[in-house]
Write a protein of this length. Structure first.
Length: 381
Protein backbone atom coordinates (compact mmCIF):
# COMPACT_ATOMS: atom_id res chain seq x y z
CA UNK A 1 0.00 0.00 0.00
CA UNK A 2 1.43 3.44 -0.90
CA UNK A 3 2.62 5.57 1.98
CA UNK A 4 0.12 8.34 2.75
CA UNK A 5 0.37 11.58 4.69
CA UNK A 6 -1.68 10.07 7.52
CA UNK A 7 1.02 7.39 8.00
CA UNK A 8 3.75 9.94 8.78
CA UNK A 9 5.05 10.56 12.29
CA UNK A 10 8.35 11.19 14.06
CA UNK A 11 8.97 7.46 13.56
CA UNK A 12 9.19 7.88 9.76
CA UNK A 13 12.35 9.97 9.22
CA UNK A 14 13.30 11.21 5.78
CA UNK A 15 12.58 13.73 3.03
CA UNK A 16 9.05 13.92 1.67
CA UNK A 17 8.69 12.98 -2.04
CA UNK A 18 6.48 14.63 -4.66
CA UNK A 19 3.37 12.53 -4.06
CA UNK A 20 3.38 13.36 -0.34
CA UNK A 21 4.19 17.01 -1.09
CA UNK A 22 1.11 17.15 -3.34
CA UNK A 23 -0.94 15.60 -0.56
CA UNK A 24 0.55 18.11 1.92
CA UNK A 25 -0.64 20.96 -0.32
CA UNK A 26 -4.13 19.47 -0.45
CA UNK A 27 -4.12 19.02 3.34
CA UNK A 28 -3.16 22.67 3.90
CA UNK A 29 0.38 22.09 5.20
CA UNK A 30 1.42 24.41 2.36
CA UNK A 31 -1.14 26.86 1.02
CA UNK A 32 -1.33 30.08 -0.97
CA UNK A 33 -4.84 31.35 -0.36
CA UNK A 34 -6.65 31.79 -3.66
CA UNK A 35 -3.59 30.67 -5.65
CA UNK A 36 -3.54 26.98 -6.55
CA UNK A 37 -0.20 25.19 -6.42
CA UNK A 38 0.74 24.33 -10.04
CA UNK A 39 1.58 20.68 -10.54
CA UNK A 40 4.85 21.62 -12.26
CA UNK A 41 5.99 23.40 -9.08
CA UNK A 42 6.07 20.10 -7.19
CA UNK A 43 9.48 18.58 -7.82
CA UNK A 44 10.63 15.03 -6.87
CA UNK A 45 11.71 16.18 -3.37
CA UNK A 46 10.91 19.89 -3.16
CA UNK A 47 8.36 22.58 -3.96
CA UNK A 48 9.05 25.71 -6.00
CA UNK A 49 7.90 28.73 -4.01
CA UNK A 50 6.47 31.81 -5.75
CA UNK A 51 6.98 35.54 -5.32
CA UNK A 52 4.08 37.61 -4.04
CA UNK A 53 2.75 40.84 -5.52
CA UNK A 54 5.16 43.32 -3.92
CA UNK A 55 8.76 43.69 -2.79
CA UNK A 56 10.42 45.91 -0.21
CA UNK A 57 13.71 47.62 -1.04
CA UNK A 58 15.69 47.36 2.20
CA UNK A 59 18.53 49.35 3.70
CA UNK A 60 20.00 46.17 5.24
CA UNK A 61 19.39 42.50 5.85
CA UNK A 62 18.03 41.25 9.18
CA UNK A 63 16.63 38.36 11.22
CA UNK A 64 13.49 38.82 13.36
CA UNK A 65 14.71 36.81 16.38
CA UNK A 66 11.78 36.89 18.84
CA UNK A 67 9.48 39.02 16.69
CA UNK A 68 7.52 38.67 13.47
CA UNK A 69 9.03 39.65 10.14
CA UNK A 70 6.19 42.10 9.50
CA UNK A 71 6.99 44.11 12.63
CA UNK A 72 10.77 43.80 12.33
CA UNK A 73 10.91 45.08 8.76
CA UNK A 74 9.03 48.35 9.22
CA UNK A 75 12.03 50.51 10.12
CA UNK A 76 14.22 48.99 7.38
CA UNK A 77 12.03 49.67 4.30
CA UNK A 78 13.35 52.21 1.80
CA UNK A 79 10.68 51.71 -0.87
CA UNK A 80 7.93 49.31 -1.98
CA UNK A 81 7.84 47.83 -5.50
CA UNK A 82 4.85 46.43 -7.41
CA UNK A 83 5.60 42.98 -8.85
CA UNK A 84 2.32 42.59 -10.71
CA UNK A 85 2.02 42.76 -14.51
CA UNK A 86 5.47 43.76 -15.84
CA UNK A 87 7.13 43.33 -12.47
CA UNK A 88 10.01 45.42 -11.15
CA UNK A 89 13.76 45.75 -11.49
CA UNK A 90 15.96 44.72 -8.55
CA UNK A 91 19.31 46.51 -8.47
CA UNK A 92 22.62 44.84 -7.70
CA UNK A 93 24.01 44.63 -4.18
CA UNK A 94 20.77 45.82 -2.62
CA UNK A 95 18.68 43.53 -0.35
CA UNK A 96 15.00 43.14 -1.16
CA UNK A 97 12.38 41.38 0.94
CA UNK A 98 9.51 39.71 -0.92
CA UNK A 99 6.54 38.03 0.82
CA UNK A 100 5.98 34.67 -0.85
CA UNK A 101 2.58 33.46 -2.00
CA UNK A 102 2.94 30.29 0.06
CA UNK A 103 2.39 29.96 3.82
CA UNK A 104 3.09 26.81 5.80
CA UNK A 105 1.21 25.08 8.60
CA UNK A 106 3.55 22.27 9.58
CA UNK A 107 2.84 19.45 12.04
CA UNK A 108 5.16 19.39 15.08
CA UNK A 109 7.25 16.54 13.62
CA UNK A 110 7.84 18.17 10.20
CA UNK A 111 10.52 20.79 9.46
CA UNK A 112 11.59 22.43 6.21
CA UNK A 113 14.69 23.86 4.54
CA UNK A 114 14.87 26.32 1.67
CA UNK A 115 17.51 26.82 -1.01
CA UNK A 116 17.85 28.81 -4.23
CA UNK A 117 16.80 27.10 -7.44
CA UNK A 118 19.78 26.14 -9.57
CA UNK A 119 18.96 28.75 -12.20
CA UNK A 120 18.81 31.44 -9.49
CA UNK A 121 22.32 30.62 -8.23
CA UNK A 122 23.72 30.51 -11.77
CA UNK A 123 22.46 34.05 -12.31
CA UNK A 124 24.34 35.10 -9.15
CA UNK A 125 21.13 36.03 -7.37
CA UNK A 126 21.48 35.39 -3.64
CA UNK A 127 18.26 34.29 -1.91
CA UNK A 128 17.30 33.04 1.53
CA UNK A 129 14.01 32.47 3.34
CA UNK A 130 13.08 34.29 6.55
CA UNK A 131 10.33 33.16 8.92
CA UNK A 132 8.76 34.73 11.98
CA UNK A 133 10.74 34.44 15.23
CA UNK A 134 13.71 32.88 13.48
CA UNK A 135 17.41 33.02 14.29
CA UNK A 136 18.49 31.32 11.05
CA UNK A 137 17.97 31.84 7.34
CA UNK A 138 16.45 29.08 5.17
CA UNK A 139 15.44 27.09 8.26
CA UNK A 140 11.74 26.43 8.98
CA UNK A 141 11.31 24.95 12.43
CA UNK A 142 9.11 21.89 13.13
CA UNK A 143 5.51 22.93 13.62
CA UNK A 144 6.00 26.41 12.12
CA UNK A 145 2.68 28.07 11.27
CA UNK A 146 3.00 31.32 9.37
CA UNK A 147 4.18 33.26 6.33
CA UNK A 148 7.40 32.88 4.33
CA UNK A 149 9.53 35.79 3.13
CA UNK A 150 12.35 35.72 0.61
CA UNK A 151 15.39 37.96 0.83
CA UNK A 152 16.76 38.56 -2.68
CA UNK A 153 20.11 40.18 -3.49
CA UNK A 154 21.21 40.35 -7.15
CA UNK A 155 25.01 40.39 -7.12
CA UNK A 156 26.24 40.50 -10.74
CA UNK A 157 23.24 41.59 -12.81
CA UNK A 158 20.24 43.83 -12.26
CA UNK A 159 17.22 41.53 -12.67
CA UNK A 160 13.53 41.88 -13.47
CA UNK A 161 11.15 39.74 -11.40
CA UNK A 162 7.38 39.29 -11.42
CA UNK A 163 4.68 37.94 -9.16
CA UNK A 164 4.50 34.14 -9.40
CA UNK A 165 8.14 33.70 -10.39
CA UNK A 166 9.97 30.92 -8.53
CA UNK A 167 13.47 31.73 -7.29
CA UNK A 168 13.79 29.17 -4.50
CA UNK A 169 12.61 25.77 -3.29
CA UNK A 170 11.34 24.24 -0.06
CA UNK A 171 12.12 20.70 1.10
CA UNK A 172 10.04 19.07 3.87
CA UNK A 173 11.57 16.42 6.10
CA UNK A 174 11.01 14.46 9.27
CA UNK A 175 13.74 13.96 11.85
CA UNK A 176 17.29 13.25 10.75
CA UNK A 177 17.93 10.89 7.85
CA UNK A 178 21.46 11.96 6.89
CA UNK A 179 23.85 9.32 5.61
CA UNK A 180 27.27 8.95 7.18
CA UNK A 181 30.46 8.84 5.12
CA UNK A 182 30.69 5.08 5.68
CA UNK A 183 27.12 4.63 4.47
CA UNK A 184 27.85 6.69 1.36
CA UNK A 185 30.83 4.50 0.47
CA UNK A 186 28.82 1.33 1.19
CA UNK A 187 26.05 2.41 -1.20
CA UNK A 188 28.53 3.51 -3.86
CA UNK A 189 30.70 0.40 -3.66
CA UNK A 190 27.82 -2.07 -3.68
CA UNK A 191 27.83 -1.86 -7.47
CA UNK A 192 24.08 -1.26 -7.80
CA UNK A 193 23.89 2.44 -6.92
CA UNK A 194 27.17 4.28 -7.70
CA UNK A 195 27.01 7.86 -6.45
CA UNK A 196 30.14 9.31 -8.07
CA UNK A 197 31.70 8.89 -11.52
CA UNK A 198 35.10 9.91 -12.87
CA UNK A 199 35.54 9.97 -16.65
CA UNK A 200 32.38 7.88 -17.09
CA UNK A 201 33.24 5.09 -14.62
CA UNK A 202 32.34 4.65 -10.93
CA UNK A 203 34.88 6.41 -8.70
CA UNK A 204 37.54 4.27 -7.04
CA UNK A 205 38.07 4.40 -3.28
CA UNK A 206 40.92 6.91 -3.51
CA UNK A 207 38.72 9.17 -5.66
CA UNK A 208 35.76 8.98 -3.29
CA UNK A 209 36.69 11.77 -0.87
CA UNK A 210 34.39 12.31 2.11
CA UNK A 211 34.20 14.44 5.23
CA UNK A 212 30.64 14.86 6.50
CA UNK A 213 29.62 14.53 2.86
CA UNK A 214 31.00 13.77 -0.58
CA UNK A 215 33.53 16.21 -2.05
CA UNK A 216 33.54 17.41 -5.66
CA UNK A 217 36.47 18.99 -7.46
CA UNK A 218 36.96 21.39 -10.37
CA UNK A 219 37.41 20.51 -14.04
CA UNK A 220 40.04 22.97 -15.31
CA UNK A 221 41.70 20.86 -17.97
CA UNK A 222 43.05 23.02 -20.77
CA UNK A 223 41.44 20.70 -23.32
CA UNK A 224 38.06 21.95 -22.08
CA UNK A 225 37.89 25.36 -23.76
CA UNK A 226 36.44 27.37 -22.19
CA UNK A 227 36.44 25.79 -18.72
CA UNK A 228 33.71 28.15 -17.55
CA UNK A 229 32.31 31.68 -17.59
CA UNK A 230 32.88 34.93 -15.72
CA UNK A 231 30.12 37.47 -15.19
CA UNK A 232 30.61 40.76 -17.01
CA UNK A 233 30.48 44.06 -15.16
CA UNK A 234 27.79 46.59 -16.09
CA UNK A 235 25.80 44.00 -18.00
CA UNK A 236 22.32 44.40 -19.46
CA UNK A 237 19.13 43.86 -17.45
CA UNK A 238 18.38 40.14 -16.93
CA UNK A 239 14.69 39.15 -17.03
CA UNK A 240 14.41 36.05 -14.84
CA UNK A 241 11.03 35.09 -16.28
CA UNK A 242 12.45 34.58 -19.79
CA UNK A 243 14.14 31.32 -20.82
CA UNK A 244 16.85 31.12 -23.51
CA UNK A 245 16.19 34.81 -24.26
CA UNK A 246 19.47 36.51 -23.36
CA UNK A 247 22.67 36.64 -25.42
CA UNK A 248 25.57 35.01 -23.63
CA UNK A 249 28.08 37.66 -24.73
CA UNK A 250 26.02 40.41 -23.08
CA UNK A 251 26.49 38.84 -19.64
CA UNK A 252 29.44 36.45 -19.69
CA UNK A 253 32.99 36.17 -20.89
CA UNK A 254 34.68 32.77 -21.36
CA UNK A 255 37.28 31.53 -18.90
CA UNK A 256 40.25 29.65 -20.37
CA UNK A 257 42.65 27.69 -18.19
CA UNK A 258 46.34 28.57 -18.07
CA UNK A 259 49.06 26.00 -18.80
CA UNK A 260 49.13 23.63 -15.84
CA UNK A 261 45.32 23.42 -15.77
CA UNK A 262 44.72 26.36 -13.46
CA UNK A 263 42.79 29.62 -13.32
CA UNK A 264 43.49 32.79 -11.33
CA UNK A 265 40.22 34.23 -10.03
CA UNK A 266 39.79 37.98 -9.90
CA UNK A 267 38.54 39.09 -6.48
CA UNK A 268 34.79 39.64 -6.09
CA UNK A 269 34.05 38.40 -9.62
CA UNK A 270 31.50 35.63 -10.14
CA UNK A 271 32.53 32.45 -11.99
CA UNK A 272 30.57 29.46 -13.27
CA UNK A 273 32.72 26.32 -13.48
CA UNK A 274 32.04 22.60 -13.82
CA UNK A 275 32.79 19.71 -11.52
CA UNK A 276 35.34 17.13 -12.63
CA UNK A 277 33.24 14.30 -11.19
CA UNK A 278 29.70 13.39 -12.19
CA UNK A 279 27.04 12.70 -9.57
CA UNK A 280 24.15 10.25 -9.48
CA UNK A 281 21.36 10.63 -6.93
CA UNK A 282 19.36 7.37 -6.77
CA UNK A 283 15.55 7.43 -6.37
CA UNK A 284 15.63 6.64 -2.64
CA UNK A 285 18.00 9.51 -1.76
CA UNK A 286 18.00 13.31 -1.87
CA UNK A 287 21.12 15.44 -1.88
CA UNK A 288 22.14 18.98 -1.03
CA UNK A 289 25.17 21.01 -2.02
CA UNK A 290 26.46 22.63 1.15
CA UNK A 291 28.39 25.87 1.25
CA UNK A 292 32.05 25.02 1.74
CA UNK A 293 35.00 27.31 2.38
CA UNK A 294 38.23 25.39 1.71
CA UNK A 295 40.56 28.36 2.11
CA UNK A 296 39.64 30.08 5.37
CA UNK A 297 37.89 32.99 3.73
CA UNK A 298 39.71 33.49 0.40
CA UNK A 299 37.25 31.49 -1.70
CA UNK A 300 33.48 30.94 -1.57
CA UNK A 301 32.17 28.05 -3.64
CA UNK A 302 28.54 27.36 -4.41
CA UNK A 303 25.38 28.64 -2.91
CA UNK A 304 23.72 25.76 -1.12
CA UNK A 305 21.32 23.94 -3.45
CA UNK A 306 19.12 20.86 -3.73
CA UNK A 307 19.84 17.85 -5.95
CA UNK A 308 16.58 15.94 -6.32
CA UNK A 309 16.25 12.15 -6.62
CA UNK A 310 17.06 11.15 -10.18
CA UNK A 311 19.76 13.77 -10.82
CA UNK A 312 22.27 11.98 -13.05
CA UNK A 313 20.17 8.80 -12.84
CA UNK A 314 19.88 6.89 -16.11
CA UNK A 315 22.29 9.22 -17.91
CA UNK A 316 24.51 7.49 -20.46
CA UNK A 317 28.16 7.51 -19.40
CA UNK A 318 27.38 7.76 -15.71
CA UNK A 319 25.87 10.64 -13.78
CA UNK A 320 25.65 14.38 -14.37
CA UNK A 321 28.30 16.95 -13.58
CA UNK A 322 27.53 19.82 -11.24
CA UNK A 323 27.72 23.53 -12.00
CA UNK A 324 29.87 25.26 -9.38
CA UNK A 325 29.40 28.92 -8.47
CA UNK A 326 32.71 30.40 -7.35
CA UNK A 327 33.82 33.78 -6.02
CA UNK A 328 37.21 34.79 -4.59
CA UNK A 329 37.43 37.42 -1.86
CA UNK A 330 39.92 40.23 -1.20
CA UNK A 331 42.82 39.09 -3.41
CA UNK A 332 43.33 37.14 -6.67
CA UNK A 333 43.24 33.43 -5.92
CA UNK A 334 44.57 30.50 -7.95
CA UNK A 335 42.51 27.34 -8.36
CA UNK A 336 43.73 24.13 -10.01
CA UNK A 337 42.22 21.17 -11.80
CA UNK A 338 41.07 18.56 -9.31
CA UNK A 339 40.93 21.00 -6.39
CA UNK A 340 38.11 20.06 -4.01
CA UNK A 341 35.78 22.99 -3.60
CA UNK A 342 32.32 21.77 -2.55
CA UNK A 343 30.51 19.00 -0.72
CA UNK A 344 27.33 17.00 -1.20
CA UNK A 345 25.35 15.63 1.73
CA UNK A 346 22.74 12.89 1.27
CA UNK A 347 19.49 12.04 3.05
CA UNK A 348 17.08 9.15 2.75
CA UNK A 349 13.63 9.70 1.32
CA UNK A 350 10.58 8.75 3.39
CA UNK A 351 9.60 6.74 0.31
CA UNK A 352 10.67 6.89 -3.33
CA UNK A 353 9.09 9.67 -5.41
CA UNK A 354 6.73 8.82 -8.23
CA UNK A 355 8.62 11.16 -10.54
CA UNK A 356 12.36 11.71 -10.87
CA UNK A 357 14.59 14.59 -11.92
CA UNK A 358 15.03 14.27 -15.65
CA UNK A 359 11.86 12.23 -16.02
CA UNK A 360 8.60 13.01 -17.82
CA UNK A 361 6.68 15.96 -16.42
CA UNK A 362 9.63 17.38 -14.50
CA UNK A 363 11.23 20.64 -15.64
CA UNK A 364 14.79 19.34 -15.50
CA UNK A 365 17.06 21.86 -17.22
CA UNK A 366 20.42 20.40 -16.16
CA UNK A 367 20.27 16.61 -16.52
CA UNK A 368 23.43 15.37 -18.23
CA UNK A 369 24.78 18.92 -18.43
CA UNK A 370 28.11 19.73 -20.02
CA UNK A 371 27.54 23.51 -19.83
CA UNK A 372 27.31 25.68 -16.72
CA UNK A 373 25.16 28.55 -17.97
CA UNK A 374 21.61 28.79 -16.63
CA UNK A 375 18.36 28.40 -18.55
CA UNK A 376 17.92 32.16 -19.00
CA UNK A 377 20.70 32.31 -21.62
CA UNK A 378 20.95 31.16 -25.22
CA UNK A 379 23.05 28.07 -25.71
CA UNK A 380 26.61 29.12 -26.59
CA UNK A 381 27.94 27.76 -29.87
Amino acid sequence: MPLRLSHLSDATPGVLPNQLLAEACSAGWIEAGDYRMPEENIQPASIDLRLGDHAYRMRCSFLPHDDTVERSVKELIVDELDLRREGAVLETNRPYLIPLLERVHLPPFVSARANPKSSTGRADVFTRVITDRSYKFDDVQPGYDGPLYLEVVPLSFAVRVRQGLSLNQLRLSIGSASLSDDELWSIHSSGDEPLLYVDGRPARREEFATGDGLFLSLDLRTSSTPVGWRARGNASLLDLSKVRAHRVADYWEPVVAEPGDRVVLDPERFYLLLSHEAVRVPPNLASEMTAYDPTSGELRTHYAGFFDPGFGHGVGGGGSRAALEVRAHDVPFMIEHGQRVCRLTFERMVTEPTKLYGGAGVGSSYQGQVETLGKHFERPS
